[in-house]
Design a protein around this ligand. Structure first.
Ligand code: ZN
Length: 173
């Protein structure tokens, strides 16, 4: 078990556009294990590799959020893309493990369909609604360096930035 450090906003790595994983899946299983340990340790709904400093196009989603059983492993999305978004939208408070304690209301399509590859390299498509659809959209945005702060206005963005910087300062005292 290896719980890795989660990068926090405004760490510039979080703004990176990630590289495709491609066909070479060596080391990916181990990376996913660490990501799962880290996500479960922080009660996250999902986690992108970039959040632990690995700038590859890969994320995981909590099994329950993905409609599976609690004991199931997280759902793994390698080189994912959102292929379809529903027209119906929903506003919901959204958090992110890179912004502890920050929640912002974000309007997103209620349904989303993603295409990705699993740990064996098999392509799959999956459709989700509600929190699952939201998680797939949120995590896919991480892979292009997009964050919660891209969904809020300038003033709110400044407030979030100050809050995060203040906490980082307090943590180093
Ligand atoms: Zn996030």
């Amino acid at each position: 078990m290896a719980i890795r450090t989660i990068l926090r906003y405004p760490d510039p790595v979080l703004l990176t556009s990630c590289e495709p994983v491609g066909d070479d899946l060596e080391g990916i299983e181990e990376l996913v294990r660490d990501m799962a340990d880290t996500m479960f340790a922080h009660n996250g709904a999902g986690l992108a590799a970039i959040q632990i400093g690995v700038t590859k196009r890969l994320f995981i989603v909590d099994p329950v959020v993905a409609g599976r059983e609690e004991d199931d492993p997280p759902m793994v999305f390698i080189d994912p893309e959102i292929v379809q978004l529903g027209r119906e939208t929903e506003v919901s408070e959204e958090g992110c493990l890179s912004f502890p304690g920050v929640y912002v209301p974000i309007k997103r399509p209620y349904r989303a369909r993603a295409r990705a590859r699993d740990l064996r390299g098999q392509v799959f498509e999956i459709e989700g609604e509600g929190l699952f659809a939201r998680a797939m959209q949120h995590e896919t945005e991480h892979l292009d360096g997009r964050l919660l702060t891209d969904h809020v206005g300038r003033i709110k963005r400044q407030m979030i930035k100050r809050k995060m910087e203040r906490e980082a300062e307090e943590a180093t005292l």
